[in-house]
Design a protein. Structure first.
Length: 382
């Protein structure tokens, strides 16, 4: 299976410096350098589409713009690019979410992917009126996805669960195609939900040995459910013509933060309820020494940003080798980002993707479509 690459839409703002935010940390001033206007986000999306990325992840939370509305607008400025929309099940009814996804598919020609985010921070959840604890949120997510998938299958759904109740729920128009569900989480209950409901299990960029353990864990759980799950990884990237140039850029990014700022951000992240965030913090321990935790895998981003905190850093050739290393473990999809997102998309797209294509690991999405049997256009079928 050819590798799939997605880029990232920075709906919290972009900059030549690291833009913080997420998991209880505020967006820093750098986010105002390039505000997340539709014009700028569309520029990034068109660049990603041109370079051969399959889709673009859009985050969710109080620290960024709403993902559904933003991607609906940006989709009208692109032709092929898919949108991996992150959303939280507790904030909208499952019937409405299934209907929104169905509408999105019809209005974009089937370009929606869904990243289900249960929500790791109770303080932020309560701001939206959600007062469940973490385990209960995951249980609700399981009920939510069960209802949504049944609706997408054309069923009329009656569900009386511990957290959700619907009666006579049904979609008048089904999504075509049914959106793929992406799901991440490192806690035991997250693994169970992923095994039952996800099409793609996502992990943040941990060293290969830890990623291999996660893949084996989810595979075992999925086998018990008689399901097969694909695997993806979320990473930042700094790719340059030479390794020296890449590491110099990594050092420049980190030099923009003094030690007191790092300490304050780390104190905030330490209060996170997310097991994935805890694992990110453990990779660097809050210090600036020993941040290359595996060849070309740098934990420096996690010192100043919540969520995904590691980056692939190196020459184009080195980055291609690390991607192939993760692929050998079972990773087929890569969700990447870099500061600033417009320029870094070109560094990776023009420097690394051709090397992966030469190795037979990647095929440009348009070329894959051209090689497939002819199909009736989506618009004609609706």
């Amino acid at each position: 299976m050819p590798l799939t690459f997605h880029w990232f839409l920075p709906t919290n703002g972009d900059s030549r410096h690291v833009v913080g935010g997420g998991h209880g940390t505020p967006v820093n001033e750098a986010g105002g350098d390039r505000p997340p206007t539709i014009a700028y986000l569309s520029q990034i999306a068109r660049a990603a589409e041109h370079l051969g990325f399959e889709g673009a992840l859009t985050p969710t939370g109080a620290w960024c713009e709403d993902a559904w509305l933003t991607t609906a607008m940006v989709s009208q400025q692109t032709e092929r690019l898919k949108f991996l929309v992150a959303f939280r099940p507790g904030f909208v009814s499952p019937t409405l979410a299934a209907q929104m996804a169905s509408t999105f598919q019809r209005r974009t020609g089937g370009r929606l992917l869904l990243n289900v985010v249960t929500g790791g921070e109770s303080t932020e959840q309560r701001a939206y009126g959600d007062f469940l604890d973490k385990d209960a949120r995951y249980a609700r997510t399981g009920e939510f996805l069960d209802i949504v998938r049944r609706l997408w299958d054309g069923e009329s759904v009656d569900h009386h669960g511990s957290h959700l109740t619907v009666e006579g729920a049904r979609l008048t128009q089904l999504p075509d195609p049914v959106p793929q569900v992406y799901f991440g989480g490192s806690s035991p209950v997250a693994g169970e939900i992923a095994a039952r409901h996800s099409d793609v299990y996502l992990t943040w960029g941990e060293p290969p040995a830890q990623v291999a353990e996660k893949i084996a864990w989810i595979r075992r759980l999925a086998e018990k459910e008689n399901r097969t799950v694909r695997f993806g990884i979320r990473l930042h990237v700094i790719a340059r013509d030479t390794s020296e140039q890449a590491w110099a850029e990594a050092a420049r990014l980190l030099s923009g933060f003094d030690q007191e700022t790092v300490r304050s951000i780390q104190a905030g992240l330490a209060r996170s309820e997310s097991e994935g965030q805890r694992r990110m913090l453990a990779l660097h321990g809050g210090g600036r020494d020993g941040l290359e935790i595996h060849p070309n895998l740098w934990a420096g981003i996690g010192l100043v940003r919540g969520g995904a905190g590691t980056a692939l850093v190196g020459s184009h050739q080195e980055i291609a080798e690390r991607i192939e290393e993760y692929h050998r473990l079972g990773i087929d999809e890569f969700i990447l980002s870099g500061y600033p997102h417009l320029e870094e998309a070109y560094w990776f797209g023009e420097g690394v993707l051709p090397l992966l294509a030469a190795r037979g690991l990647w095929t440009r999405p348009g070329a894959r479509a051209a090689a497939a049997p002819a199909q009736v256009p989506f618009a004609a079928a609706s």
